[in-house]
Design a protein around this ligand. Structure first.
Ligand code: SF4
Length: 74
């Protein structure tokens, strides 16, 4: 699974972080969500490859995002 966040459009509501805290976290500088360090793709804070147990909550987070900026591809 590949997950991307269109960070420039994030409104920092925290829904993704609440639904899937192992995969999403708040960036301390701009307060927008980013991928947690362990799951980043090539160090990219806006793109990640979660492992099995986080795939379900990643989908939940994508559904919950009020501005629909979390994209998932399998
Ligand atoms: S749910 Fe969407 S808008 Fe809210 S913090 Fe996460 S990425 Fe940003």
């Amino acid at each position: 699974m590949n997950v991307t966040i269109d960070r420039v459009t994030c409104v920092s509501c925290g829904s993704c972080r609440g639904a899937c805290p192992g995969l999403f976290e708040e960036n301390p500088d701009d307060s927008f969500s980013q991928i947690t360090g362990k799951f980043r793709s090539n160090g990219n804070i806006a793109e990640g490859t979660p492992s099995g147990e986080l795939e379900e909550c990643a989908r939940d987070a994508a559904e919950l995002c009020p501005v629909q900026i979390i994209s998932i591809s399998d």
